[in-house]
Ligand binder design. Structure first.
Ligand code: NIG
Ligand code: FE
Length: 392
């Protein structure tokens, strides 16, 4: 198999797993060798083995491709007006989801497929090489399963979110909707998904409903993630930890006992923070510092969706997390790469070590700190996925 080296890397972020969660495991004046889809070797340039070809990084930094472990890309329509109204002082509520449900129900398969492809391309250009996305804007058996079919043709990390909100036609009979989500809808969706998620929140699903939905999904072989504590300090985080979910997402409003529970899970349940959401809803930012100091494992993701967070940019999330959430640049870069991988139970991405998938970003900067130091600047010069240069 031909080997290719990237040499003269100013700083190579490895997220070396032998160092445990957190440290970037940086190598200065580094080289990285790719064979096929995999990383074959990392180390200092002077020790690099001979390869069939090589490319000089010119002293720039290389980091693992971003792992965006939370997005909602199967939708149609637009919520510009809702955003405008919020920026004039109205609060965000879960009710806006129904606007997108109405538009998505009218959309053709081709429209959903094209929009997904456009967003994935946009993410790739910004350095994201692994993406999770969800259903949740169809809320019927056929429309949830169609969304998941479309997603699974493009992505590995696909999540069934039939329990996003109770759709209007079930407003008077929410328990009947839970029965649908845990019955026929689950039957139709489980073959196309790896994960099940539930929006556990006032105005969406309470703890008992969420537990029933998650357990039904687990019975069908799906892994668990939870939209938790986004709008209120509700039961979502504790439920996620109790059930051993891989991720509790949002974590905007946390009690001390929520933080203790996440820390006590010892990384089994990752706290996935979504700064684009607080940015776009003017909600308070989650306190990443408290979570990290308590010993919780933190991931960063975009939550890209047309309502609460219409950004697809992981560099943006890194910059906001550093400025507003008490993270250091190193912590934010780790959380946006290795942290996202942990939230998806993946060990082949989010790191650059021998054997891992050769997903990487060459930055137009000497160090990954520049992702926070130079907010809004397009620093992604090249993106490689599975050993192939796909951007730049
Ligand atoms: O993660 N919280 C629930 N779901 C999305 C919002 C979706 C929407 O507003 O359309 C979220 O923020
Ligand atoms: Fe979400």
């Amino acid at each position: 198999m031909p080997s290719h080296a990237i040499t003269n890397i100013g700083t190579l972020v490895t997220n070396d797993p032998s160092l445990g969660p957190g440290p970037l495991g940086p190598i200065q004046d580094a080289a990285l060798v790719v064979e096929g889809e995999r990383v074959a070797w990392v180390g200092t340039s002077s020790r690099a083995p001979a390869t069939d070809s090589h490319r000089d990084a010119g002293g720039r930094a290389v980091i693992p491709g971003f792992v965006d472990s939370h997005s909602h890309l199967l939708y149609a329509g637009d919520r510009t007006e809702e955003f405008n109204a919020r920026m004039s002082g109205l609060p965000y509520t879960a009710g806006g989801i129904r606007t997108t449900v109405a538009a998505t129900r009218r959309a053709t398969d081709a429209e959903l497929t094209a929009r997904l492809a456009r967003h994935l391309r946009e993410m790739l250009r910004q350095g994201t090489t692994t993406v999770e996305t969800k259903s949740g804007y169809g809320l019927t058996v056929s429309l949830e399963s169609r969304a998941l079919r479309i997603a699974s043709a493009a992505l590995e990390e696909v999540t069934y979110l039939g329990a996003h909100v109770v759709p209007p036609e079930f407003a008077d009979a929410p328990e009947d909707y839970v029965a649908l989500v845990t019955g026929p809808m689950l039957d139709a969706c489980a073959p196309h998904a790896r994960w099940i998620d539930v929006f556990c929140e006032r105005g969406a699903f309470d703890a008992d409903q969420a537990r029933a939905i998650l357990l039904a999904g687990r019975e069908r072989g799906l892994r668990l993630r939870v939209h938790a504590n986004q709008l209120t300090a509700g039961p979502g985080v504790r439920l996620a930890v109790e059930l051993g979910a891989s991720s509790a997402d949002h974590c905007t409003h946390l009690t001390d006992s929520d933080i203790d529970a996440l820390a006590a899970s010892r990384g089994r349940t990752v706290a996935t923070l979504l700064p684009g959401c607080e940015f776009s809803t003017r909600a308070p930012y989650p306190d990443a510092r408290r979570l990290l100091d308590a010993g919780a494992l933190v991931a960063l993701a975009t939550d890209c969706n047309p309502g609460s967070s219409y950004t697809s940019s992981m560099p943006f999330c890194v910059a906001v997390a550093v400025r507003e959430m008490g993270m250091t640049p190193d912590e934010a870069v780790w959380s946006a790469t290795a942290g996202g991988a942990a939230a998806l139970d993946r060990t082949d991405v989010g790191r650059l070590a021998p054997g891992s998938r050769a997903d990487l970003v060459l930055l137009d900067a000497p160090s990954p700190v520049h992702l926070a130091y130079r907010p809004g600047v397009p620093l992604v010069a090249e993106v490689w996925r599975a050993g192939r240069r796909v951007v730049g």
